[in-house]
Design a binder for this molecule. Structure first.
Ligand code: SF4
Length: 317
């Protein structure tokens, strides 16, 4: 299907979107609405500017993305040793970091074509900070690769008796709940020894509440998409496995029907809250930017929208 223009983005919900909203409503406005259609030639300069800022990533996110991609290749293709994988990831990371450093001007006119890192775009780091960050990221990548290849999920996915259903799918998988698109982009969904597993590799910090919510959403997705083919599978038969690849720990559990019901209620309530920020819910038209309250603080130093936000609390900028 070709490109279908929309005046406003399609209504959708995801755990990460809700995180942004709870963190700072203004940031949510910029991420979801402010830059919408900013890729169009005749968009206003401000819309183009916001759109460009939504494309900024950072060293942590970029390294996590490369790790996920390389691991997928390792599972589906010829298996490389962890040392080789580590070298591949660091080489790609260095290449993209260099590009980000030298191509800021190019990024301004072609935001889709170059990876831009927050660390270089905003230049908030001095040389010492940068060196420290590079050491930290290298250490994280090393830990992640070694822990991940030792993880239960990885071993299960490599096992001959495993049937992989989904693996880091590049399509933005979703299901419809309460008339809204709910995104559920999971790392691994597979059957091993007759049991269904949902595996999620986490490069960031542990957050039990958030991880449980995310797993419950994945289960809703599973039931919606595969439930008819596998009607005997109930939520509490599915094994949810979070692997924290930075420190090598893992967290395995089932999600009960009761938790699923609570998750559905939470999604409905949060949708209702987001609905209060809409001028026209039918077309997902937001209210004016001024309705989205800024929440300045420490979080601003990682925000993509510093240069257009009058409320940021960045001393160095
Ligand atoms: S800079 Fe701070 S206040 Fe402004 S949008 Fe970002 S997080 Fe919110």
């Amino acid at each position: 299907m070709g490109y279908e223009r929309r005046e406003y983005p399609e209504k959708s919900w995801s755990v990460s979107k809700m995180d942004i909203f709870r963190d700072c409503a203004l940031k949510y406005y910029f991420s979801v609405y402010g830059g919408w259609n900013g890729w169009e030639y005749d968009a206003s300069e401000r819309t183009k500017h916001i759109y460009r800022l939504t494309k900024i990533t950072n060293m942590y996110a970029l390294s996590g993305e490369i790790i996920h991609r390389k691991i997928k290749e390792n599972i589906l293709g010829i298996e490389k040793k962890p040392e080789e994988l580590f070298n591949d990831i660091i080489t790609e990371l260095r290449h993209l970091t260099k590009e980000s450093f030298y191509k800021k001007e190019y990024f301004v006119s072609n935001p889709k074509k170059v990876v831009m890192l927050h660390e270089y775009y905003y230049n908030l780091y001095d040389n010492k900070d940068r060196k420290e960050l590079a050491v930290k990221i290298t250490e994280r990548v090393k830990n992640s690769v070694f822990n991940l290849t030792e993880s239960e999920t990885y071993k299960n996915l490599k096992a001959a008796n495993t049937k992989i259903i989904e693996l880091d799918d590049e399509n933005f998988n979703y299901f419809i709940f309460d008339g809204i698109k709910i995104y559920a982009i999971l790392d691994a969904l597979y059957i091993n020894s007759g049991k269904i597993f949902i595996g999620d590799w986490k490069t960031g910090k542990k957050d039990k509440e958030k991880n449980d919510l995310q797993m419950a959403v994945y289960i809703m997705y599973f039931i919606e998409k595969y439930g008819q083919k596998l009607p005997e599978i109930k939520a509490d038969n599915i094994i949810c496995l979070n692997e924290y690849i930075n420190d090598g720990s893992s967290y395995k559990r089932n999600i009960s029907e009761d938790e699923l019901t609570k998750t559905k209620e939470y999604i409905k309530t949060s949708e209702e809250i987001l609905g209060r920020y809409l001028e026209n819910p039918d077309i997902n038209k937001p209210k004016e930017e001024i309705f989205f309250k800024p929440n300045p603080g420490k979080r601003c130093s990682n925000c993509n929208f510093i240069e257009i936000c009058d409320f940021h609390e960045i001393k160095k900028y």
